[in-house]
Design a protein around this ligand. Structure first.
Ligand SMILES: *Cc1c(COP(=O)(O)O)cnc(C)c1O
Length: 336
């Protein structure tokens, strides 16, 4: 597969490490667990959006854009990484932030990703929960065009066939790492939201005929809807790669049992997962995505879902910057 055919800028510190989780594996007593450190992509706190932005920013530059517009929740990691990428390429950046949780604490509204959005020079504006964010971005783009700007709109999560190429690339990278060390991956597990990560991974793995199943752990939508959006995007991504029809329905599997009350709302499983990774491995997960993804991983290990003598790779998609915004969820005393 010749990904160099597609315009790409360099933003990530790649390849990201693939590391064993020895203490956590021993603690849980199931399969051998590994971690693909996409929290270490290097751009402004790292995370999975950096890989997508390598292709999205290149596409924006190819179109002659001078301004990037994107959207996400208040504590969006995608918004933060987009602001950093835009800064690096001298592009203006407008972030539309949807108040999806209704949280009013200063930590949530001003710290974590929001603090970093501002440090990267992005213009922030807020929209109420349930707003049509695509329509809001289109309206802003129209207004900016009226002022002679050249906006480029990146969808939420950077999830379209351009952004998903970043995770096709990640699939190639991960399989090469496994081949190098003679590791036979039994399963890949990661948090899935706007679907670009899973769509790219699945498409890349199928293109390689790797026969490695991917399990997306949902953070928002119910299973049926999540799987449909991953399948739709994977289908379009395969088409873009010149491999139409390679991704089939059965390649796309999501487990949406770990969402809890809703997007961005803490669960007990998430709190346990964040604490367990921090205390046994020195790895920081996040409250919205990787923490819920790892909660699913841990629960499924305990239920014997993965064969005991297999190797399971958890893709750490990043997000620890948001921990500062969720201080209250961790029930800690307000003094040292
Ligand atoms: C965006 C995000 C995800 C989900 O990735 P999608 O491509 O949107 O499905 C997972 N983890 C973190 C930390 C994220 O920021």
């Amino acid at each position: 597969m010749h990904l160099s055919r597609f315009p790409r800028v360099r933003l990530g510190h790649l390849p990201t490490p693939l590391e064993p989780l020895e203490r956590l594996s021993k603690r849980l007593g199931g399969p051998r667990l590994w971690i693909k450190r996409d929290d270490c992509t290097g751009l402004a706190g790292g995370g999975n959006k950096t890989r997508k932005l390598e292709f999205l920013i290149a596409d924006a530059l190819r179109e002659g854009a001078d301004t990037i517009i994107t959207q996400g929740a208040t504590q969006s990691n995608h918004a933060r990484q987009t602001a950093a990428a835009a800064a690096k390429f001298g592009l203006a950046c407008h972030l539309l932030l949807e108040d999806r949780t209704g949280y009013t604490s200063a930590d949530y509204r001003l710290n974590g990703n929001v603090l970093l959005d501002r440090l990267h020079g992005a213009a922030l504006s807020e929209r109420p929960a349930g707003a049509d964010m695509n329509a809001e971005m289109a309206a802003l783009a129209e207004a900016l065009r009226g002022k002679d700007r050249k906006p480029y709109v990146i969808p939420g999560g950077g999830s379209n066939p351009v952004g998903a190429l970043g995770y096709v690339n990640a699939a190639f990278e991960l399989v090469a790492q496994a081949n190098d060390r003679g590791l036979q991956i039994g399963h890949i597990v990661h948090a899935t939201g706007s679907a670009g990560t899973q769509a790219g991974l699945v498409t890349g793995l199928v293109a390689l005929n790797a026969a490695i199943p991917v399990l997306g752990v949902g953070v928002r939508a119910p299973k049926e809807r999540q799987e449909q959006s991953v399948l739709d995007l994977a289908t379009r991504t395969a088409h873009r790669l010149g491999l139409p029809g390679i991704v089939r329905r059965e390649h796309v599997v999501a487990n949406c049992d770990y969402v809890g009350q809703g997007y961005g709302l803490p669960t007990e499983g998430m709190i346990e997962a964040v604490s367990l990774f921090a205390e046994t491995e020195g790895v920081l997960l996040d409250p919205v995505y990787s923490g819920k993804g790892a909660a699913g991983l841990i629960d499924l290990v305990r239920k014997g879902f993965f064969p005991a003598n297999s190797d399971v790779v958890f893709v750490h998609t990043g997000g620890a910057v948001a921990l500062a915004a969720y201080r209250a969820a961790f029930g800690q005393p307000d003094h040292l």
